[in-house]
Design a protein around this ligand. Structure first.
Ligand SMILES: Cc1cc2nc3c(=O)[nH]c(=O)nc-3n(C[C@H](O)[C@H](O)[C@H](O)COP(=O)(O)O)c2cc1C
Length: 202
């Protein structure tokens, strides 16, 4: 649903992409297991190099508070501050090498990103919000969950329903929640002929 957080785009794009954003205020509403299954199924159907599906997910929900606390403790303190209000946390892990030949998978992290992109789009369609985080404690995740060699913890994802920005403490989290979303112009992203030569003029 369009909101003040919806992207202001130069041309029309799919509403589920336009309306996705990364909030830090979450409502107390729980995410059902059925909905979580849908999000993870969407992630599972992402493309991946040689169909390796190098992503793995460690999931913790508020339905199991002890498990949730274990996952929350794997985030850096600044993320714990707001992510503790989300009803679901997912810690993401990637497999370093291809299963079929043991060679390093240069695209593993790229493919995790695709899976999370799918998850985010499905979530938006379901009225659910998603906030990805690089701010994690990888070694703590490895120890807490027994992540084996050959895999590495990558990110975390807070999942839930949009909350009220006024629930956030005054400071940068609230300011960011109330600010318009921005992107640099496409001419600084898409090039042609040589580096920095814009493909699109506008
Ligand atoms: C891989 C990744 C890591 C991120 N790490 C953090 C983080 O540690 N803490 C945080 O508050 N937001 C984090 N974010 C959220 C970004 O700040 C956010 O996606 C960006 O500002 C664009 O805003 P939007 O998602 O609302 O369009 C991360 C996002 C991604 C995709």
């Amino acid at each position: 649903m369009r909101s003040f957080k919806s992207a202001e785009t130069t041309t029309e794009i799919l509403p589920v992409i336009r309306d996705r954003w990364s909030p830090r205020a979450f409502s107390a509403k729980l995410v059902t297991t059925d909905l979580l299954l849908k999000l993870l199924e969407a992630a599972q159907w992402a493309a991946s190099s040689f169909n390796e599906q190098p992503w793995r997910f460690l999931i913790a929900t508020k339905q199991n508070p002890e498990e949730f606390a274990r996952a929350l403790a794997c985030l850096v303190p600044a993320n714990q501050e707001w992510a503790r209000h989300a009803p679901v946390l997912v810690l993401t892990v990637v497999k370093d090498a291809f299963t079929k030949n043991g060679k390093p998978n240069r695209c593993a992290e790229h493919d995790l990103g695709l899976a999370l992109g799918n998850l985010s789009v499905q979530a938006t369609a379901e009225g659910i919000v998603v906030h990805q985080m690089g701010g994690i404690e990888p070694e703590r995740i490895r120890e807490t969950y027994g992540v084996p060699d050959g895999y590495h913890p990558m990110t975390a994802v807070a999942i839930g329903y949009e909350g009220d920005a006024s629930s956030l403490p005054d400071g940068w989290t609230k300011e960011s929640e109330l600010a318009k979303r921005t992107r640099r112009p496409l001419r600084e992203t898409a090039f042609s002929n040589s580096w920095n030569t814009p493909f699109f003029e506008s």
